[in-house]
Write a protein that binds this ligand. Structure first.
Ligand code: SAH
Length: 457
């Protein structure tokens, strides 16, 4: 039975990795390297590591080829109605990126490889790697917009998102290049990419820089210097106990099999060493620190809620680096339409950049998240915060009214839910058409409505 369980677990993992766009043989190899119990994030990292080491080449990754056919798999009348207008847009925008011409019937496959290393268009103090880009014509012009989602999404997702968002090429960044925690995300935006600057002070880039006191108990066989993507849930006390038992009953250093078991769990849950043989999960205030939020930003709500909201949030230093170009453009402040606001990663980034927010219209369904944002806003801001619960209730008419009232929005920012895209939720990874992830289409609808309303001003 154990054997059968392991085999089916292995099959599931391979399937998930293949859905993310990794070739099957590499997924298989990663499982052999890391063990079948390793988390998907660990396996994905392992495939990346072997690719970086030159074990294979992206040129061969046919699974990264994405198809536009998912446009046609949409179900539901409501969706169909929303899509009606969008399909027209797709026609309008199809084929413009980088001057490529491609058929619009969805039959053509187009590559969208994830870059390795995942450093985006440029990084602070790394001018060497900087690229230049020319935005497609239809992407230019107010408002500026900034969209975020998980980089490792099932195949086709980013091509679809990009096509809806005026054919702009996504900027894929792993936050481990800017801070001590990995967070692989794609960003689609029409902001300039020259003359960006990072938030100061620069955040710590390693675990020991961030938390020097953990050095004391860190075993030499734990090679981690950065944390994995911070999760939306925390490890159980039972697990810490099991690890402690496994270590206590083996020698020092423990045998390779025990090391592997412990390291897999440590990577999966971002456990840190707090005593002899004793690991623990990070505390919420440590996660806040790693993500660039002020201390106690999420305090006052339950621990589970804090982990969930932090796990879904922006990494502030990363987003602020991209938004920094707005600072000189808007010396008198900005009007922001913040969609899927969460705990306000975008707002905190703007604030830390010293960009005044005259008005923020924030759309966030979670009551707890709205409470967190309101608390922070009242403590730190002088502008106006307008709160709306659901993107579905932000109709085009309401948008036009806001645009008239505030003279337009300077920035539309947001990352729609990734529940149906992210690897940890493999039972519901039905891609962009999943119930939550399809909210992306509202992001697109709203940006487009702002654009039209501002065009009429
Ligand atoms: N960028 C945010 C987090 C985005 S996660 C941050 O920095 O914190 C996606 C968010 O969308 C979640 O907070 C979720 O509660 C919210 N959400 C889900 N469905 C929504 C809807 N229908 N309308 C508005 N917000 C929604």
């Amino acid at each position: 039975q154990d054997f059968l369980r392991e085999m089916s677990e292995k099959d599931n993992k391979i399937k998930s990795l293949v859905d993310m766009g990794f070739p099957e043989d590499e997924a298989n190899m990663a499982i052999t390297r890391c063990g079948v119990d390793a988390a998907l994030t660990v396996l994905a990292d392992s495939v990346y590591a072997s690719q970086a080491a030159g074990d294979c080449h992206y040129g061969n990754l046919s699974d990264y080829e994405v198809t536009g056919s998912c446009f046609d798999s949409l179900g539901g009348r409501k969706r169909a109605r929303l899509m009606e207008g969008s399909k027209k847009k797709r026609k309008r925008y199809g084929g413009a990126a980088q001057g490529n011409r491609r058929p619009l019937d969805g039959s053509h496959e187009e590559p969208m490889p994830l870059p390795n290393p995942m450093v985006g268009f440029n990084l602070p103090n790394d001018r060497l790697r900087s690229v230049t880009r020319r935005l497609p014509q239809q992407a230019i012009g107010p408002p500026f917009f900034y969209y975020e989602n998980v980089a490792l999404a099932p195949k086709g997702v980013w091509a679809t998102i990009s096509r809806f968002l005026y054919d702009i090429e996504p900027e894929f960044v792993d936050s481990k290049h800017l801070c001590a925690a990995a967070r692989k995300r794609g960003y689609i935006h029409n902001l300039p990419i020259e003359n960006r600057f990072p938030l100061l002070p620069l955040p710590p880039k390693t675990i020991f820089e961030a938390f020097p006191h953990y050095k004391k108990w860190w075993p030499s066989w734990d090679p981690r210097r950065q944390l994995n993507c911070l999760q939306t849930s925390m490890s159980s006390a039972k697990l810490t106990e099991r690890i402690q038992c496994a270590l206590a009953s083996s020698g020092n250093p423990p045998p390779k099999s025990v090391q592997k078991y412990v390291m897999d769990e440590c990577r999966k849950w971002n456990l840190v060493w707090v005593g002899k043989n004793k690991v623990a999960h990070l505390e919420p205030d440590e996660v806040e620190y790693l993500l660039g939020f002020p201390r106690d930003h999420t305090r006052g709500v339950g621990k589970t809620e804090r982990f969930k909201s932090l796990g879904n949030s922006f990494q502030v230093d990363t987003v602020a680096y991209h938004l920094s170009v707005l600072k000189d453009m808007y010396p008198n402040g900005v009007n922001v339409l913040s969609l899927f606001t969460g705990i306000g990663g975008g707002e905190v980034a703007l604030h830390r950049l010293g960009i005044h927010m005259r008005t923020v219209v924030s759309v966030e369904i979670g009551e707890v998240n709205r409470r967190i944002l309101r608390g922070w806003w009242d403590q730190t801001q002088t502008g106006t915060l307008i709160e709306i619960a659901d993107v579905k209730s932000l109709t085009d008419d309401r948008i036009a009214t806001f645009v008239r009232r505030f003279g337009g929005f300077d920035l539309v920012i947001g990352g729609s839910p990734c529940n149906n895209l992210a690897g940890s939720n493999r039972h519901h990874r039905d891609g962009l058409e999943g119930e939550q992830s399809a909210l992306f289409y509202h992001y697109f609808r709203i940006v487009d409505a702002v654009k039209s309303a501002m065009g009429r001003m």
